[in-house]
Design a binder for this molecule. Structure first.
Ligand SMILES: [Zn+2]
Length: 286
């Protein structure tokens, strides 16, 4: 009898790391250089100012520094307005206008988002989170990153439209939590503690300039870089991979599994690693 099955990231890795940086500021290319130099990947959340304001990142910079390196660009509201503080129709417009403009400019499909400003941390002109959640899903936003509850649980989100990061880069415990994350041998854990783990860091690159702590960011990158058991991915890559895993089809006893998605999906069944290619069906002989 199969006892537990857990997602494993590509190549069977049990852990993943991602970054999320907001506002499309002029310091972003330097951060991109730093992440890429260490083999790390992240998501840059762009606003109207980043697209066409006074300090806008040029199309060439966005393409060469973000897209060509495999980083993601995502929606951050055309006018950077907090969904919890504006009427739904205004929130819909801010998200949709940002999405339309980014997609037209970069000729791609953009489904990721980070909540601007205070996001969904307070509700003054909206009944509550469910209203925002409903319209974001109608706008085909696949995930939206929130903030304000740093923690070291390293869990994958259960609600993509309320994706809580592990911490901001200035979280005082970041290196303590990084050590806990990196030293954890997920596959050696007992029973239900063998779930995959994610470390998710967010911030603004301009904070690194204001605090003059680029060396701190460099140390974060060095700490996490070069680990064989960590998948370095953008936010949308993690979302799409986890959703592919959740789309697997099973026989009633869970032993015959079909992968109807376009991604090769990896998982662990009672300490045996399996992968299923797109369109493939496998039988778990346990
Ligand atoms: Zn912002």
């Amino acid at each position: 009898m199969i006892r537990y099955q857990f997602l494993r990231f590509p190549e069977g890795k049990a852990k993943a790391l991602t970054f999320s940086y907001d506002d499309g500021c002029i310091e972003d290319p330097r951060l991109s250089d730093m992440l890429s130099a260490h083999g790390l990947k992240g998501t840059f959340n762009l606003t109207g100012n980043a697209i066409r304001g006074k300090n806008a990142l040029s199309k060439e910079v966005v393409v060469s520094k973000f897209l060509d390196r495999g980083h993601e660009i995502a929606v951050h509201g055309l006018n950077h307005r907090a969904e919890g503080n504006i009427r739904p129709i205004e929130g819909i417009r801010d998200v949709l206008d940002c999405r339309l403009e980014l997609e037209e400019r970069y000729e791609m499909i953009i489904r990721g988002m980070a909540y601007p400003d205070s996001g969904i941390r307070q509700f003054t002109n909206v009944p509550g989170y469910e209203t925002v959640r409903h319209y974001l899903s109608e706008l085909d936003i696949a995930y939206a990153r929130t903030l304000g509850a740093d923690n070291d649980s390293f869990d994958l989100p259960t609600d993509w439209l309320c994706w809580m990061p592990t911490c901001h880069h200035d979280q005082p415990k970041i290196f303590e939590w990084a050590e806990k994350f990196l030293e954890l041998d997920v596959n050696a854990q007992y029973g239900s503690a063998r779930q995959p783990r994610l470390f998710y860091i967010w911030g603004h690159a301009f904070e690194l300039r204001l605090k003059d702590n680029w060396d701190h960011m460099e140390r974060i990158c060095e700490t996490f870089a070069g680990r064989d058991d960590v998948w370095y991915a953008t936010n949308i890559e993690i979302h799409d991979y986890v959703e592919a895993y959740r789309s697997l089809r099973y026989s009633a006893d869970g032993r015959r599994i079909c992968n109807p998605t376009l991604l090769t999906v990896w998982f662990d069944v009672d300490k045996t690693l399996y992968s299923i290619a797109p369109g493939e069906t496998i039988f778990i002989d346990k």
